[in-house]
Design a protein around this ligand. Structure first.
Ligand SMILES: NC(=O)c1ccc[n+]([C@@H]2O[C@H](COP(=O)([O-])OP(=O)(O)OC[C@H]3O[C@@H](n4cnc5c(N)ncnc54)[C@H](OP(=O)(O)O)[C@@H]3O)[C@@H](O)[C@H]2O)c1
Length: 274
């Protein structure tokens, strides 16, 4: 490494809740040194608690957290984004970029206040906590290839990253951003059903969780389509056929479509509140 150069883009994270914390842990796991990270929170108790777990700078002042940082990650709720933009607007300097994780908040929301600052908007998901996230990213009008590369480097610490047009990000929010909740709801329902069928709860949980994990691996680690994988466990007149018949008859696919549509609509609405 050339003296004076850092191995990674330095990162300031504003808002260290579920997603900011997932990213902080992912970056530490991926080899970011504590000195390459700064963290801004808004409550004293949170600052104390966080400081006990990291030697990175923890501050209540977002302006301090962004000082000297290459990438400024905005990881607060959409409704708090406007306040954060105001707080940092006078302190951003040339060479810095903003990486926004806020659902629905457009790059123009930032540009309208910050001017010609490179903004990359991202939609990650909570499996980022275990390094298994997937994130869609899109560039604002002042962001170049190099900024997308930098954003990819940072978010790559917590999973896969795909560049796309910003118009697709509300759909990504509804599918992968919200998606883990659909799977967890399925896990809850399947576990309750298993208990009703007589399985002890601990066995029900173990089998449901491992089934979801195993099915996920089959989807990602083989070239087989979901329909083919499903047909492999469906013998004519068998148990899977009986179960799938009930799901199809009760409108499972239409229900999923409506749920995803509702999430995408809500993502767009949340962005407008920013
Ligand atoms: N969770 C997900 O599944 C998910 C997925 C994709 C994208 N996102 C996006 O990620 C963003 C964060 O979501 P989250 O689930 O991590 O929310 P969260 O757990 O509520 O975290 C947000 C954190 O930001 C802090 N905060 C708010 N304003 C601040 C400020 N001015 N300065 C410093 N810290 C501030 C909050 O502090 P307090 O504790 O005091 O409220 C909170 O700890 C959202 O915009 C969301 O759309 C979330």
């Amino acid at each position: 490494m050339i003296s004076g150069m850092t191995a990674h883009p330095t990162v300031g994270i504003i808002g260290v809740g579920a997603m900011g914390e997932a990213l902080r842990r992912g970056l530490e796991r991926a080899g970011w040194a504590p000195g390459e990270l700064s963290l801004a929170v808004r409550r004293e108790d949170r600052a104390t608690e966080l400081s006990s777990r990291t030697s990175s700078l923890v501050t209540l002042d977002p302006k301090e957290a962004i000082e000297g940082r290459d990438v400024i990650v905005v990881a607060v709720k959409p409704r708090d984004v406007g306040g954060v933009i105001e707080q940092i607007s006078k302190s951003l300097v040339t060479g810095q970029m903003v990486l926004s994780l806020a659902a629905g908040v457009t790059t123009t929301t930032y540009e309208d206040v910050l001017g010609e600052v490179p903004v990359v908007r991202a939609m990650p998901n909570t499996p980022a906590l275990v390094g298994e996230g997937v994130t869609g990213i899109a560039r604002g009008s002042h962001a170049a290839e190099a900024h997308l590369k930098r954003a990819t480097e940072v978010l790559g610490a917590v999973g896969g990253v795909r560049v796309m047009d910003e118009s697709l990000l509300d759909a990504v929010t509804a599918v992968s951003g919200t998606g883990p909740a659909y799977v967890f709801l399925l896990a809850e329902a399947l576990t309750e059903a298993a208990v009703r069928e007589g399985l002890p709860r601990d066995i029900a949980e173990e089998f449901v969780h491992q089934t979801i994990r195993g099915a996920g691996h089959l989807l990602t680690d083989t070239d087989t389509t979901p329909a083919e994988l499903r047909s492999q466990v469906t013998s004519p007149g068998g148990t899977t056929a009986a179960a799938v018949h009930v799901l199809e008859e009760r409108g499972f696919r239409a229900l999923v479509e409506d749920a995803v549509q509702a999430a995408a609509k809500r993502a767009a609405e949340l962005g407008q509140q920013g």
